[in-house]
Design a binder for this molecule. Sequence first.
Ligand code: NDP
Length: 595
Amino acid sequence: MSASPPFDIDIDGLKRRYRQERDKRLRADGIGQYAEVAGRLAGFDEDHYAAAPASRAPLTEEVKVLIIGGGFAGLFAGAELKAAGIKDFLIAEAAADFGGTWYWNRYPGAQCDVESYIYLPMLEETGYMPKERYSYAPEIFDHARRVGRWFDLYDHAIFQTRVERLAWSDEQARWRVTTNRGDDFLAQFVICAPGFASRPKLPGITGIDRFKGKMFHSGRWDYHYTGGDHRGGLTGLADKAVAIIGTGATAIQIVPHLGASARHLYVFQRTPSSVDRRRNRPTDPNWFAGLDAGWQQERQANFDAILAGGEVEEDLIRDSWTTLFRRKRELERDCPDIARRPDFDELLDFEHMEALRARIDADVTDLHAREALKPWYRYLCKRPTFSDNYLPTFNRPNVTLVDTSESRGVEEIREDAVVACGVAYPVDCIIFATGFELNTSVERRIGFDIIGRGGTSLREHWKQGLRTLHGHSTHGFPNWFFVGQSQNAASINYTGIVREQARHIAYIINQVDQRGAQLIEASRAAEDAWGEEIRRAARVDEAFWQECTPGYYNGEGGGGPLVIGSASYAVGAAAFHQILERWRQSGTLPGMEIS
Ligand code: NDP
């Protein structure tokens, strides 16, 4: 290998190994391997946290704005509408409270892997001090409710109400919105804020509906069955053999609790996650009290800048996310001659993955598990994970790691067993930690199709990938806005970007009013140009994703909606927000057609 110190890695050998491991997992059915939580699998969507909704009369109202989704994005959409003087809006939410991802994901160990001081929004305004550096789910859920109260949004919410259809009426120049509660709304504007970790995704494994024991998805944890709470203590599993399918960021957090409580735990792994140390700690109240005004925004911007490869005076966060990106910047500084620079991205990546693989050797005693747990792919091919107790769980005598890579995943589910690589493992309970609808078609991700002008469906419009202006508007879908991460700001810290988007959308709606207009939508030319800009700015190309092990980041290895062109604006959140700022300052709503 030609790398300069401090690297001493057989890159060619590693690349070969990465390719072999990827090929082992590639499946011809790609995204088609997953089944939608609908029809015979609809039971996987059951809300175990709230009582069945009290009956209410269907609503037939006309509102100015209907917001779909009550997670942080929906909350900020409501808050920013209020700030812009728009009070006539409703927030429709399928859950029984605000919180989105954090309403649904209550599994034991659920925790955010982004620092609480930047992830929990509005800490300065609300005066709330997070208990720990990395917050557990109940604290984040409570905070979402705190934000809802702070902005007086509860009066605007209709909970336990799932939108089923959204169609533009040319005649009425309004969106017609119908729900599972029989509601029939007319809305001048619609803001979709569906989040990305709320709609469970299931593997379409043969026999999934034949299992006679207990099954549920990690995002709909059934504590009535398992006992215990988010801290574990799952006493209901003491006499049960439990299977967990999946070893992504969610499973990493659940497995230690299942290992501690179940009679026997089988962890069905197809691709191992990279698992870095967590090193959580309680918040020091003196440190927190001494923070200067404006600290949170500064800290959020610092995190985003480092992850976007920008220059900062000081890394205020200094955690696993920032350290890797900061190191690359430092190495580049030490090697100013660009022509002679090695590919630091690649070298640091290999070095980091080598360190994480070495960690497994140190933490896991069982030789079979030790080898199977090693991730062989580039660090950012999959969501990195963090845990101090996941790996040691495989040292427990009641825990078995089942490596399903040779059969490209679990093969079959029988009445009483899970089958992988030809072996049947009898179990009482199956927990699917198999992720969320993230890279499937838009109607599956949102839960319904959206019909725009002239009966065009959004699914069709986005069939070849997303087409938007700045991620929020799309041609043929007047007065419709989307808050999320695609073709939008790129940040690991999701809550940091949704407020800015909400502010921008509220500005646009306000402009329509101020100009005495009724309709606004992105022009076709503007959405084409923005798609080009996303492609131009991309940090990694198609080849990077093709070399990656399959997963939702790369359309299961076969390309897909999340690959380049539909991705986020890679230059970073600050740069994206400046684009929006300049756009507003122009005062001419460029790229939008208003009438
Ligand atoms: P993922 O989609 O990341 O993982 C799904 C898992 O299921 C993978 O291990 C996958 O294997 C496995 N799987 C799917 N089908 C099969 C099959 N047929 N047989 C065996 N295994 C199978 O879902 P998660 O819920 O773990 O995470 C989703 C996202 O939620 C994360 O990427 C992250 O963005 C977010 N999250 C964030 C957290 C945070 O702290 N901020 C915590 C938890 C989640 P394979 O990899 O081979 O496809």
